[in-house]
Write a protein that binds this ligand. Structure first.
Ligand code: NAD
Length: 295
């Protein structure tokens, strides 16, 4: 069937409605690309009303920018917006064919949410997590349907970045993997497969680099600008590591380092300055202040 192109069961055709939980920077982007590129109906859920309002404004602004540049038409903009509905009630994803979770990077909170989702969602619904570092097997453990649970790790900003890492957990079925790969493709993304290990491929390599830059800054190796400019112009990085940390969110970087540290050993100890900034609420660009100040 695969050769004749009739591999219907593993295609993503039956994924018509996708619930996205968490309307922060990642959830908003995932919802927009699902609606705009993959042309799926999306239910975007967040427990905070302010976050939902912010997300709607962001998506609208980004679409307006594309419209002003002549990249999309007014009709495409309104069609995209009409495919996204917003809710503060998790039960509104009960009829979704798939749910993608993008809430806070905390293992207990995510596990609890997946248990809730498994109970709410219709049988066979695929439950994907956008976690950057938490074990998908652990997230799937208490769902009773681990075959439907998978990691779908988007990059920030989702609208721009071309990659999605797909992470099958210990019990994930091949069908779940195939459908997820296909949906990512229909969202215009290239996929890679990673084993379910801390940080997967991207953050296993990226976070220790960012963490080392924070440590080096704390030791006075160079100023913010000198560290970032060295990597930008000296190593051809598209962004300096400290500006990148601000962009990702220092709380997210800190959580990922903690997971790498706990599971892979001392080599991955979070830089003390990263912890202090998080404690001080200097979480990066999303709050207007991290290593740099944002107006
Ligand atoms: P964010 O802080 O911008 O957004 C998280 C949102 O989840 C918030 O709006 C919050 O109100 C909501 N939320 C928290 N708990 C909830 C719950 N129980 N139910 C419903 N909503 C809830 O964070 P983000 O940067 O979008 O990251 C979200 C996830 O994506 C994390 O797991 C993170 O590791 C992962 N991720 C982040 C990046 C990045 O660069 N920021 C990249 C890839 C993956």
């Amino acid at each position: 069937a695969a050769q004749s192109g009739l591999r219907f069961y593993s295609s993503a055709v039956h994924i018509q409605t996708v619930g996205v939980i968490g309307s922060g920077q990642m959830g908003s982007g995932i919802a927009q690309v699902l609606a705009q590129v993959a042309k799926r109906n999306v239910i975007l859920v967040d427990s905070k009303k302010e976050s939902i309002e912010k997300s709607l404004i962001n998506i609208n602004n980004l679409l307006t920018k594309q419209l002003n540049k002549g990249n999309i038409t007014e009709a495409e903009k309104s069609a995209t917006l009409s495919r996204i509905s917003f809710s503060d009630d998790i039960k509104s994803v009960k009829d979704a064919d798939m749910v993608i979770e993008a809430i806070v990077e905390n293992p207990e909170i995510k596990s609890k949410l997946f248990q809730e989702l498994a109970a709410i969602c219709k049988p066979g619904a695929i439950l994907a997590s956008n976690t950057s570092s938490i074990s998908i097997t652990q997230i799937s453990a208490n769902t009773k349907t681990p075959e439907n649970v998978i990691g779908m790790h988007f990059m920030n900003p989702v609208q721009v970045m071309k990659l999605v890492e797909v992470i099958p957990a210990l019990g994930t079925s091949q069908n779940t993997v195939d459908v997820t790969l296909q949906l990512a493709k229909e969202m215009g993304k290239t996929t890679t497969l990673s084993k379910d290990m801390p940080g997967f491929i991207a953050n296993r390599l990226l976070m220790p680099y960012i963490n080392e830059a924070v440590q080096a800054f704390d030791e006075g190796l160079g100023t913010l600008e000198h560290i970032d400019t060295t990597m930008l112009l000296g190593c051809n990085m598209p962004m300096g590591p400290l500006a990148l940390a601000d962009f990702i969110g220092l709380d997210t970087c800190y959580s990922i380092m903690n997971i790498l540290h706990t599971q892979l050993g001392d080599k991955y100890r979070p830089a003390p300055l990263l912890k202090r900034y998080v404690e001080a609420g200097r979480l990066g660009k999303k709050v207007g202040h991290g290593f740099y100040l944002y107006k």
